[in-house]
Ligand binder design. Structure first.
Ligand SMILES: [Zn+2]
Length: 366
């Protein structure tokens, strides 16, 4: 017990010295009256609690007393519960109503499937300021979650729905009609998403910059072409496993999206050399004067692995047009694995290394 008393005394000393530093307390007459360390002024408490960077500690701190909970609720704008191995659904439903000012929330399922529509409905009901929501791998979610988000969180800028395979095309369409500010959308593994959702995205989310459509096998050229027309600011698009798309999609992107930096075409086996030449000669490769100051120009990532119809001259043309594309192991930003015919394609580093070694040999010879 002695130990505990001395701890309390230490706290009292700390508290008194903090008060000397002059924060606003409860005034009685002209004197500041403090009854104990739990009565820390709100500003000071907010500053102390803002130092908590571990979300588990935040939740423990919430249960210390009402004052701490109120302070946390006032100050907390970012929270991740993806560390939660059990009862995530209940935790969200009990905590989130108190954190109405959340802007960033991660509910990614790292361990097992826990999150259900009821939790997302609670988020949508209380967190109207949400900007960034990660629901990746939440495979139990259905269209009810999306409908709730569409109504409750219209200011979303980033939304990760990767692996949410139960979501329908028509509800995705409804969501983007309500959340027009989206700049980042991850639909990788939303297998029901098709051209209808893409057309709605292109119509409503003109500021979209990053889109992942991996394994959305219903997506075809119609969807990608309308995307290229409606989202000219697109910087990154992953179409891996979109088996229906052909050169038409790549040509539309090459012409419509001058800021495209990253393109994933893994396993798009209908892609031919025509698509590569369109990229090599496209607006994506626009001269610096056509691109806003500060913007990097040209492709920096291209995944064409398993695009087995491609030939070395076409891929080399792309590599030559975009010096940031590398086949060398150190940088590896032009990914050609699985294309045995493309082993002769080399990035600028290999050509430079070859030239250096040849010069060395020549100078040695004389
Ligand atoms: Zn290289």
């Amino acid at each position: 017990m002695g130990g505990r008393n001395s701890e309390t005394e230490d706290l009292e000393v700390c508290f008194r010295s903090l008060m000397v530093l002059g924060s606003r307390g409860r005034m009685e007459g002209s004197a500041v009256v403090m009854e104990g360390w739990k009565d820390l002024p709100m500003e000071l408490l907010l500053r102390i609690l803002s130092l908590l960077h571990d979300d588990r500690t935040v939740i423990v701190a919430c249960s210390v007393c009402k004052g701490w909970r109120v302070a946390l609720c006032l100050g907390l704008t970012s929270l991740s519960l993806s560390w939660c191995k059990n009862n995530m659904n209940n935790l969200v439903q009990s905590l989130v109503p108190k954190f109405a000012r959340l802007q960033v929330l991660s509910l990614r399922q790292n361990f097992r499937l826990q999150l259900e529509d009821s939790a997302v409905e609670t988020v949508s009901k209380y967190c109207h300021e949400l900007r960034d929501l990660d629901l990746s791998r939440c495979r139990k979610l259905s269209d009810y979650s999306l409908l709730a988000l569409a109504h409750g969180c219209p200011f979303l800028i980033r939304l990760n729905l990767s692996g949410c395979s139960g979501l329908s095309d028509s509800t995705l369409e409804y969501l983007v009609r309500c959340c027009k500010n989206l700049k980042y959308l991850n639909l990788c593994g939303c297998v029901k998403a098709s051209d209808r959702a893409l057309q709605a995205i292109s119509y409503n989310c003109n500021g979209l910059q990053i889109l992942n459509l991996g394994w959305c096998e219903g997506v075809s050229d119609n969807g990608v072409t309308s995307l290229a027309a409606g989202c000219p600011d697109l910087r990154s698009l992953d179409l891996c496993g979109c088996i229906l798309i052909t050169d038409e999609s790549v040509i539309a992107l090459a012409n419509g999206c001058p800021r495209l930096r990253s393109l994933g075409l893994y396993y798009c086996q209908n892609i031919t050399d025509r698509a590569m030449y369109s990229l090599a000669n496209s607006r994506v490769n626009s001269k610096p004067c056509q691109v806003k100051k500060g913007d990097q120009s040209g492709l920096v990532n291209l995944n064409i692995s398993q695009c087995t119809a491609l030939t070395p001259p076409a891929v080399q043309a792309v590599c030559n047009s975009f010096p940031e594309l590398h086949t060398c192991p150190e940088r590896h930003s032009l990914i050609i694995s699985g294309c045995l015919s493309l082993t002769s394609v080399h990035c600028a580093c290999a050509i430079q290394a070859n030239r250096t070694s040849r010069t060395a040999l020549e100078s040695h010879a004389y």
